[in-house]
Design a protein around this ligand. Sequence first.
Ligand code: 1CP
Length: 340
Amino acid sequence: MNPFSEILNGKNPNRPPVWFMRQAGRILPEYQQLRLKYSFKQLMETPQLACDVTLMPVNLLDTDAAILFSDILVIPQALGLDLEFTDKGPVFQTPLLKHSHPENALNPQPEKLEHIYQAIDLIISQKSEDIPLIGFCGGPLTVLLYMLEGLGTKSDFRNAERFIINNQKATEKIVDTVTAITIEYARQQIRHGADCFRLFESNCGNIPYSIYNQIFLPSVKKVCAAVRALNRKFFYFAKGIGAGISTITPDVCDYISIDWQTDIYTARKLLHKEIEIEGNFDPRILLSSENQIETELQKYKPFAEENPKWIFNLGHGVLPDTPFENAKFFVKKAKEIFTR
Ligand code: 1CP
């Protein structure tokens, strides 16, 4: 049986499942070919193309799971924000900070998410039964930073961060709206066939952790509860959470996916014993040589032996300039080295 499916069914596989964040887009030569013909938006919004790209890495890299080809920013779109994907990243035409009361500027239109459910239907009918499909959404903070600031410049969300810190009541109101539509989105993905669900909080470290805990973590718990109510496991990627990992309780997630900045053995010690770990190979190492990749993989071998439910992944998305051959080598070697 596929080791990822075994884990989803509560079993201990004979090796950890292997997959990458951002495995579908970015590094696949076949994806780059398609991008010459279609824009990212067309790929994402045409169900058959989104289905084809979702299944590409499973076929080309031999990863143990497929992740839906979409983006975390479809939720802002479904809340009425105008979004463009430019060469410099996503850009909102009228970011929420342009409104004098951002908390009143949202207009939920859940029908804008329909094409994603159609893509899932196709994926389910076309994938091998053995390969689980990961559904996903963005985390409430990450989504809000993009919505407020309007730019895709990953690390620089200063105005949005300032707004959140200075307008906590208004922030709570926006988070409530984002949470409600996210819950419906998660439920629909699962009803259409997603085997587990993942929330990408890629900017968890951008605000003081006490504010994150107070305003955003309750939202994550609600999404987790909705996913569990449909008997699916909930995965929480929390980039930049650092030692905050020690405050995560089992009502937040079944798995926490950690970035490379926290040593995985330390993370295991800090984390609640009922929560499992996914992670956390530094994606930069995939830019080096096969020898170096193998040396770094060996460092995780004792972790594989001690943690039968560990899922092997990168500590963040695979970098766009990663050589495809290195990614392929990485999957093959990880499977070999970590077999128990
Ligand atoms: O030009 C292109 O081909 C578009 C680039 C691209 C792709 C392939 C964007 C724009 N989004 C995606 C797909 C995507 N995004 C997936 C699908 C699966 C896959 O590629 O394997 C997923 C899971 C995401 C999630 C996402 N989008 C996150 C969270 C994960 C992470 O890496 O931190 C974030 C922050 C975004 C925002 C986003 N979308 C796209 C860009 C360029 C950005 C800005 C951040 C970035 O550079 O990644």
